[in-house]
Design a protein around this ligand. Structure first.
Ligand SMILES: [Zn+2]
Length: 85
């Protein structure tokens, strides 16, 4: 009787371990590691050199829809000298 009880306990432990393992695999399959979005903020393109810049940190020329963003003072100056629209 005792041996049967021990066998039952052992079996339940094994089953629990197996179910945990399969659940872990299922969870891993359901939610694969999702890479973070490449850019959280919308970037503006420097029209001179083509570099993408963060508008908040970029140098600007113009207002509103005509506003242009530049990666450096060099590009901004180049744009002001010859706006290649
Ligand atoms: Zn630039």
């Amino acid at each position: 009787m005792l041996r049967l009880l021990l066998a039952f306990i052992l079996l339940s432990m094994v089953l629990r371990a197996v179910s945990r393992l399969t659940r872990g695999i299922a969870a891993g399959m359901q939610s694969p590691p999702v890479p973070p979005p490449p850019q959280a903020v919308a970037l503006a393109r420097d029209p001179v050199c083509g570099t993408y810049v963060v508008p908040a940190k970029a140098l600007t020329v113009g207002q509103g829809a005509e506003m242009r963003f530049f990666c450096s003072e060099k590009c901004r100056r180049a744009w002001q000298v010859k706006p290649a629209r």
